[in-house]
Write a protein that binds this ligand. Sequence first.
Ligand SMILES: NC(=O)C1=CN([C@@H]2O[C@H](COP(=O)(O)OP(=O)(O)OC[C@H]3O[C@@H](n4cnc5c(N)ncnc54)[C@H](O)[C@@H]3O)[C@@H](O)[C@H]2O)C=CC1
Ligand SMILES: CC(=O)C(=O)O
Ligand SMILES: [Mg+2]
Length: 372
Amino acid sequence: MRIGVPKEIKNHEYRVGLTPASVRELTHHGHEVVVETDAAAAIGLPDEAYTQAGARIADSAQAVFAEAEMIVKVKEPQPAECRMLKPGQVLFTYLHLAPDPEQTRLLQESGAIAIAYETVTDRRGGLPLLAPMSEVAGRMAIQAGAHCLERAQGGRGVLLGGVPGVPAAKVVILGGGVVGTNAARMAMGLEAHVTVIDKNLDRLKELDMQFGPMLNTIYATVDAIEENVLAADLVVGAVLVPGDSAPRLVSREMVANMQRGAVAVDVAIDQGGCFETSKPTTHAEPTYLVDEVVHYCVANMPGGVARTSTLALNNATLPFTLALAGKGWKQALADDANLRNGLNVLDGRITCEGVAKAQGLAYTPAEQALGL
Ligand SMILES: NC(=O)C1=CN([C@@H]2O[C@H](COP(=O)(O)OP(=O)(O)OC[C@H]3O[C@@H](n4cnc5c(N)ncnc54)[C@H](O)[C@@H]3O)[C@@H](O)[C@H]2O)C=CC1
Ligand SMILES: CC(=O)C(=O)O
Ligand SMILES: [Mg+2]
């Protein structure tokens, strides 16, 4: 198969769909790879590393989209990229369609086969292609939150760990999945007072076993969320209902009653965010204030540490990329129910239930769309 890797064009997005090591694996298996020039030069992966791995370098995104049978990317295609997609072309990347009607429509119109990293599953019900970026974003959430808490950033001038004689900051994490666990681990490492709130009791039990008495775990009720958010210095939004829009757990009124200079890091912003006051921001302008609460809502946080993130993402995506390239998309999707859960759009039909529900569109089960 001929696989194309365009340079990412989202604001301050320096990740890339394939590393040279992944390219070598694909060319070793007899596939052709074409990479846009300077696709990953910013993270120390120059064109020569790709040519040594067996790729060809193309001088534009247009050239990559024109000749590839499958496009492997990182972020959701921007409108200009959607318009370059062709009927029958496979797109393998993050999509986050639930809160994005424009992209959904453009993908439907393109006739491409759109497979979203974030809805591919594993045998244990996890999300193996979201997990590495959630690990990164969860860890970054505490770095970003600590920075935003500095007074010069609009924060309340609080140090996460406090010092002897002065209490530690209160960090409240909504959602104890991959983002939440990694955020908790970093915040505990900095000696903050950390609370995780989740509606999944089994998950809370696992966290309790993992971290012991240093971590407070609380079952998610409106009451518990309100009480903890209002007392928090830093709130991390880390909930997810796969495929669907994020549940809005923190209302505008709750934000208005938060402490002045408190910080909200809404990692769940890529699925619409879990604060009513959240709107997507960029690495160039990551924060804004609502009622003197600092909001950090960067939708591509891992792009900030693009080298680490690219390597971590490729570790997870490579087996699926190899399967799609080796078997062809139809067979690969037919053989693997977990990969099939990644299929979001086929022949203009929406095959992810969460996306269809979030946008009030008709849902076609992937099996039906594939004629299985
Ligand atoms: N902004 C960014 O750059 C990035 C954003 N993300 C996003 O972060 C979010 C979280 O991802 P993961 O941790 O991987 O998901 P996950 O599935 O591992 O964890 C989500 C947790 O939320 C809990 N949850 C769901 N609904 C809830 C509710 N109503 N109340 C309380 N808890 C609830 C679930 O029980 C689960 O434990 C996702 O939206 C993901 O796309 C991930 C990586 C990067
Ligand atoms: C998952 C996601 O949104 C990201 O890695 O940018
Ligand atoms: Mg306020």
